[in-house]
Every structure is written in C-alpha cells, then in structure tokens.
Design a protein around this ligand. Sequence first.
Ligand SMILES: Nc1ncnc2c1ncn2[C@@H]1O[C@H](COP(=O)(O)OP(=O)(O)OP(=O)(O)O)[C@@H](O)[C@H]1O
Length: 251
Amino acid sequence: MSAPVQLTDVRKVYGTGTGPGAVTALGGVTYGFEAGTFTAVMGPSGSGKSTLLHCAAGLDTPTSGDVHLTGRSLRGLDETALTELRREHVAFVFQSFNLMPALTVRQNVVLPLMLAGKSPDEAWVSEVIRRVGLGDRTRHRPSELSGGQQQRVAIARALAGRAAITFADEPTGALDTVTALDVLALLRDQARSLGQTVVMVTHDPVAASYADCVVFLVDGQIVSETVHPTAEAVAAELAQLSAGRYSPSET
Ligand SMILES: Nc1ncnc2c1ncn2[C@@H]1O[C@H](COP(=O)(O)OP(=O)(O)OP(=O)(O)O)[C@@H](O)[C@H]1O
C-alpha cells in the first residue's frame, strides 16, 4: 500500500521545456510521506521545496511523474475532483493565509469543515484555538489581528478538521518563539497521536527538530534524510549542503 502522500518520479519544469528560460525545479523526486509521520522539507533557497509541496498537494501539476494522495492518483483529475479530494483529506497552512475577512476567527477556523459538509467537533475547535493562543479573540475578524495572529488562525483552521494530511509552508515564520514551539508541538501531536501525515517546509533548524524526519532538497533532488533530527544536526547538514552547492569553484 502506498503512503498517504506518494510522489513517484515527479519532475517539474517551469518555462518551455527546451528553451533557455526553462527551470527544472524538481528533477524526478520519488518519496513517500508516511501516516503518523511529521516530516520537514529543507534545502537552500530555490532548491524546490515550495514546488514539491505544491505538487504533492495537487496545487500544481508535475511536468511528468505522478502523485498519489490517500492512494488516489492525481494524474488526469480535473479541478473539481482535485478540490473534492483536498477538501476531504487535506489541510493547508500556507504563507498566504487566505482568511475570509468578513468572518470571525472561529468562523474562519470551521469554514473548511462546513464546506466539506462536516459538523465541527466544537470542543476540539475551542482547544486548537486556545492552543494557538487566540482563546480570547474568537469573535474578532482578521483585519483586527496582527500578521502572526492571522497565521495562528490559519494553523487552527488546518488542525480543526483533523485532516489525514496537513501541508505547512513556513508555518511558524511570523510567530514569537513560545507560540511557534506550541504550534510545532501541535503539528507533531497531529501526526503522533492521530496518525496523520504532516509535511512542513521550513528554513528553521529548530522547527525542523520537531519533525520525525527531515528530507533535504538540493537542485530539485532529495539528497539526504535525517531521522529523529536535532536542531544542531539539521543546521550542520544544511551548512554542508549549501557549502557543496555554492562552492567557490562554481561561482
Ligand atoms: N512560476 C515559476 N516560473 C519559473 N520558475 C519558477 C517558478 N516557480 C519557481 N520557479 C523556480 O523553480 C526553482 C524552485 O523554486 P521553489 O520556490 O520551489 O524553491 P524553494 O526551495 O521553495 O525556494 P525558497 O526557499 O527561496 O522559497 C527556483 O529556481 C525558482 O526560481
């Protein structure tokens, strides 16, 4: 049985395939993100992290190769089918928060569930809003919140539905240290206690140390993997990869 998020020889080329402007963002990635696992994706700027996340989530279409989400191939699915699949199984914490300005914090958090025709677990919704530190702001609208608080709403929204798969892109980038660590602990708990698959792109070795596993991308390829990472080990690996990539002989 394939992993809940399975990439098979995924290539992504931006621009014309043969022209001088073509950029190979992913050069044939095969990787399975397992259930119950919190994985961090790291690598130098431009190494393909966001592209990998977007292709894995069905938000972008690979040039070749295939992605399976919860065992279902995304190849050939039209936008409606993709939307339904994502609505059923996938939650996102992306840099653009996509909060609905007219809705309150709580309404934003439960919106994906409502759209999917599910009834929210009210106690759990309250719990995740409290855990992201917004227990006293549930009736506020996004415009009344700071950037970091808006990000926390997006995180609570992703956690509220206990989706089988969560994709997070720099989820703690705009947060203070204490809230960031609490959010990372929540993401880790999602995977560990609920058996979910959590995939997070981050530049931060401390954030990555909360993951069960870190995969490192360089030039669109997964080049290494660290299980049970520490922040120190991740930082050392990143430094080594960056040194190899930007060696003086290449510049
Ligand atoms: N729409 C696009 N058109 C052309 N090239 C693109 C496009 N999006 C990304 N790229 C290129 O693909 C490569 C991978 O980009 P990607 O955003 O996935 O990297 P990243 O590792 O997430 O970078 P960062 O850490 O800086 O956010 C880069 O060389 C980038 O310039």
